[in-house]
Design a protein around this ligand. Structure first.
Ligand SMILES: [Zn+2]
Length: 457
């Protein structure tokens, strides 16, 4: 039978027996306290070298420091997930754990911050750097060519001296020959170096290529194209330290960039989803409502961190707590600039009608858009073509058929007529007639062609 010994460290206040200086030891209590303080201080003054990245999922391993006590935080695993933990004093001296934070949450936010920074202005920065590099290369090239010319000249000189000497004067001849040979060897070495320099391939990345790569960095990063090790190395290139304040409701992270600039961010307590889901939500949110996103995630078999299926509410909480922009949100700060959708209020304004009209037209299929449920926000898809057809500025055309007339003739509601028209590829236009507007249907180009042939027959 095996017996597992269980050792639990307690803080000094909890010790049942604490008899300072009870028996002569190596250290007095004062000395011990002093050593302890020094040890702690060592943690402060530890070289800030980040150390080589190690294997493991915690991407910021070695970069994370505790803002509360100044110690470097270590990666700990508790039943699987990794934590950045400040537990040095706990392990050595039985003090309570100073602080800890989920590595996954901290990593996700710092990754997001880094990718955001790299997305933004870094191409131009990189180009400016590239330009400086090229200027420096050109300067070195000029220097190098001068050096080569000087060596050639010296070599010629040595050769001429040698040829001019009286062969009878052997000692001088020998010395001059040696000198000439030395110059020749120098020149040969320099020429070899020159050939090597010539073979250097100039950078092949055009600004467009760089923009493309950096533009897709986020997708590639979360799309599984990078090894963990590569991610760690990349983060080390830009981040010097991440300092965590773990006391309080949110974890506050201060990111110290290489070069000394600082950013602060709050890490939500509730991360809510694995990274694959994060990536999907990020993509889908540009063009999908929270309900649509939740359907998509559920269809793809992605679950929340708590292994629950998604709901519109859960998607919204997740988006908000992770600062993910959406193309279909009323919040101006969270709104994605790439979106085609506008709110029904905005659509009503642009079309010069009231909101009820916009909702009716959406039901009829005249406007396309999205609405999760009857009482929810209606989003209208807007583009130049919609504006051209529905603002009422389209000119009247004799081939147009009045929708009102069609409805009367066919004894059908407008919705049916519009559905039929869209299906047939006919154009739905809103035309001003006097002081009012009317809907007309302009036959599709193919039908117009047929009609012309009939007319001509
Ligand atoms: Zn600490």
């Amino acid at each position: 039978m095996t017996h597992t010994r269980h050792v639990e460290r307690r803080s000094r206040e909890e010790w049942e027996v604490f008899l300072p200086d009870h028996h002569p030891g190596y250290l007095s209590l004062e000395q011990w306290e002093a050593n302890r303080a020094r040890l702690k201080n060592h943690l402060w003054t530890l070289p800030t070298s980040q150390g080589a990245p190690r294997e493991g999922a915690a991407l910021l391993q070695g970069l994370v420091w505790c803002q509360q006590c100044g110690a470097r935080m270590r990666v700990r695993y508790s039943k699987g997930p990794a934590y950045y933990s400040c537990d040095y004093a706990h392990r050595r001296f039985g003090e309570p754990i100073c602080g800890w934070a989920s590595a996954k949450r901290v990593d996700a936010l710092v990754e997001n911050l880094v990718l955001g920074v790299i997305d933004a202005g870094s191409v131009d920065l990189a180009l400016a750097y590239d330009e400086r590099q090229r200027e420096e290369e050109a300067r070195l090239d000029r220097q190098w060519r001068q050096q080569l010319q000087r060596l050639e000249y010296e070599c010629e000189l040595a050769q001429r001296r040698y040829e001019l000497v009286d062969p009878a004067n052997r000692l001088v001849a020998q010395t001059l020959e040696t000198a000439w040979n030395e110059r020749l060897a120098e020149l040969e070495a320099a020429r070899a170096e020159d050939r090597r320099r010539q073979r250097r391939t100039p950078p092949v990345n055009t600004p467009e290529q760089m923009r493309e790569v950096l533009g897709q960095l986020r997708q590639r990063w979360f799309g599984g194209e990078f090894e963990v090790q590569a991610k760690k190395e990349l983060l080390r290139c830009v981040i010097e330290q991440v300092r965590l304040t773990t006391k309080g409701k949110v974890v506050r992270a201060e990111v110290v960039w290489q070069g000394g600039a600082r950013s602060e961010l709050d890490v939500p307590k509730y991360m809510g989803a694995p990274m694959a889901a994060y990536y999907r939500v990020f993509e889908l949110a540009k063009t999908h409502t929270d309900a649509e996103i939740s359907d998509a995630l559920n269809a793809e078999g992605l679950l929340t961190m708590k292994h629950k299926p998604w709901s519109a509410r859960r998607v919204m909480d997740f988006r908000l707590s992770n600062g993910i922009p959406s193309g279909l949100t009323a919040s101006p700060t969270m709104r994605s600039p790439e979106t085609d959708y506008i709110s029904s209020t905005e659509a009503a304004e642009r079309l010069g009608v009231d909101q009820t009209r916009v909702q009716t037209w959406f039901r009829w299929g005249v406007l396309s858009g999205k609405q999760d449920a009857a009482q929810r926000q209606l989003w209208i898809r807007w583009n130049d073509d919609v504006a051209r057809r529905l603002r009422g500025t389209a000119p009247l055309d004799r081939r147009m058929v009045s929708v009102r007339r069609l409805c009367a003739q066919e004894r059908k509601p407008p919705a049916d007529v519009f559905t039929w028209a869209s299906k047939e590829g006919h154009e739905i236009l809103r035309v001003r007639r006097g002081s009012s507007f009317h809907f007309y249907i302009l036959p599709s180009p193919a039908d117009r062609q047929n009609a012309t042939e009939v007319d001509n027959a």
